[in-house]
Design a protein around this ligand. Structure first.
Ligand code: ADP
Length: 231
C-alpha cells in the first residue's frame, strides 16, 4: 500500500506547569493523503492547537513522529525547517494575520516572496486563487477595506499559493458571523480538495465540522472517531 502523505505516529506532548508534567497529547496517530480533509473537535484546552502546531512543524512533540511526504520536519535545521514549512504547509488562523499595508493580492503573494522573486506565473496563480474565493473584484483592496469574511478568504488563498501538501486551520471561522462562517468553511473545504491538499482543521464549531468528510474528537489526549464513545 502507498504511504499516506501525512503520517503522524504516536504523538505525545507534555508541558511543565508549576513543576508538574501536564500530559496534553497521549498517543495521537493520523494518516491522511492529498484531497482528504479532517476536522478535530474538542473543548477548549483539549490540546487541539497543540496538535496542529506539531503537525505544522512549529513545535516538536515530546515523543512520536510526523512525516510529510516522507520528511520528518523536526529533523531539519532552523532555516531548512522554515523553508520546508513555507513550501509545504499553509496555515489559517482565527485571526487572518494579513499585513494591513498590503493589498489582498500582495498578501496572497507573501509566501512566494519569502522563497523567491515573484514571477508572472505566481501573480497569475494568486489572481486565480482570489477569483476562486470570490474576490476577483477585491484584489487591490487592503485588509481594512474588506469584511471579516473577505479577509479570511484572502487568508485561504494565501495558505494555498505554494500548492502545499498540507493546510492547517485553527478555528478559521471563529471570528465570523454565521453566514460568512458557512461560506468560508465551504470555500476552504472545496478548494483544498480541488488543489488537492490535505486539510486538517480544529474547531469547537459543530456547524463548521459538518462541512468536513471526516470528523474526530480529541479527548483525554487521544483521537476518538466520531462514532465511538469518548470514554
Ligand atoms: P485547545 O486548542 O484545544 O484549546 P491547547 O492546545 O491550546 O488547547 O492547549 C491544551 C493545554 O495545554 C491547555 O491546558 C494549555 O494551557 C496547555 N498549554 C498549551 N501550550 C502550553 C505551553 N507552551 N506551556 C504550558 N502549557 C501549555
Amino acid at each position: 500500500m502507498p504511504v499516506a502523505d501525512l503520517v503522524a505516529e504516536n504523538i505525545t506532548k507534555q508541558f511543565e506547569s508549576a513543576g508538574q508534567a501536564l500530559a496534553i497529547l497521549q498517543g495521537v496517530s493520523l494518516e491522511l493523503s492529498a484531497g482528504q480533509n479532517l476536522v478535530i473537535l474538542g473543548p477548549s484546552g483539549a490540546g487541539k492547537s497543540t496538535l496542529l502546531q506539531i503537525l505544522g512543524g512549529l513545535d516538536p512533540p515530546t515523543s512520536g513522529t510526523v512525516q510529510l511526504r516522507g520528511v520528518n520536519p523536526f529533523e531539519l535545521a532552523g532555516r531548512e525547517l522554515a523553508r520546508f514549512r513555507n513550501a509545504n504547509i499553509g496555515f489559517i488562523f482565527q485571526d487572518h494575520h494579513l499585513l494591513p499595508q498590503l493589498s489582498a493580492l500582495e498578501n496572497v503573494l507573501i509566501p512566494v516572496l519569502a522563497q523567491q522573486r515573484v514571477q508572472r506565473t505566481s501573480v497569475e496563480r494568486a489572481e486565480q486563487l482570489l477569483a476562486a474565493v470570490g474576490l476577483s473584484q477585491r484584489m487591490n483592496h487592503r485588509p481594512g477595506q474588506l469584511s471579516g469574511g473577505e479577509r479570511q478568504r484572502v487568508a485561504v488563498a494565501r495558505a494555498l499559493i505554494m500548492q502545499p501538501v498540507l493546510v492547517l486551520a485553527d478555528e478559521p471561522t471563529g471570528s465570523l458571523d454565521t453566514a460568512s462562517a458557512q461560506a468560508v468553511g465551504q470555500i476552504l473545504c472545496d478548494l483544498s480538495e480541488k488543489e488537492p491538499a490535505i486539510l486538517v482543521c480544529v474547531t469547537h464549531s459543530e456547524a463548521l465540522a459538518d462541512q468536513f468528510h471526516r470528523r474526530v474528537s480529541l479527548a483525554n489526549g487521544r483521537i476518538v472517531e466520531a462514532n465511538q464513545s469518548s470514554i
